[in-house]
Design a protein around this ligand. Structure first.
Ligand code: SF4
Length: 167
């Protein structure tokens, strides 16, 4: 299904490769990058921001971003994801967007049901719509890999935090 959204949509994305996932929406959106507190190093933060900038430039869309503040530990991945989606919801309100979503479900390492549940809970908390997708569907992950190779993007081998490096 194609969502023809003429509303202003904010899309949380942790990197360019995830943002290459084919999404059933048009390109009338803005990317939201909030990795300043979960990347293990400044270099990693910069590398991922650069890949997202490349994808955004290709699509001709903008990015709302934070800045690097240094890593802090989250007890669980659910806490970390909830924190990022809350920040996205706050940016929706602050910048007058209408709704939000995330590219996190494209990763084979992320539980789609869990991500969408957190998105729904954050939506209720902030009183704004969350668009649910399962971007792994229809070979979405493979398509994102292919597209990111075409664009020559850096593809990280870990999720981002120091814990994920060890894992
Ligand atoms: S592994 Fe990824 S989702 Fe989990 S806490 Fe680390 S950065 Fe966050």
């Amino acid at each position: 299904m194609l969502y023809c959204i003429m509303q202003k949509l904010l899309v949380q994305a942790c990197c360019g490769p995830c943002a290459c996932a084919p999404m059933p929406i048009n390109d009338y959106c803005t990317m939201f990058f909030y990795n300043g507190d979960n990347m293990d190093t400044r270099n990693e933060y910069d590398a991922r921001f650069y890949t997202l900038q490349t994808v955004a430039d290709t699509k001709g869309i903008g990015i709302v971003a934070d800045y690097y503040t240094g890593p802090k530990e989250f007890d669980t991945c659910q806490d970390c994801i909830r924190y990022r989606l809350r920040k996205c919801a706050e940016a929706v309100k602050r910048n007058d967007f209408d709704c939000f979503t995330t590219t996190l479900t494209v990763s084979p390492h992320k539980d789609t049901v869990m991500v969408n549940r957190i998105g729904r809970e954050v939506a209720v908390e902030y009183g704004i719509p969350f668009l649910e997708f399962d971007l792994k569907k229809n070979n979405g992950f493979q398509a994102s890999v292919q597209k990111s190779k075409e664009l020559g993007l850096y593809r990280q081998k870990y999720c981002g935090c120091a814990k994920s490096v060890r894992q």
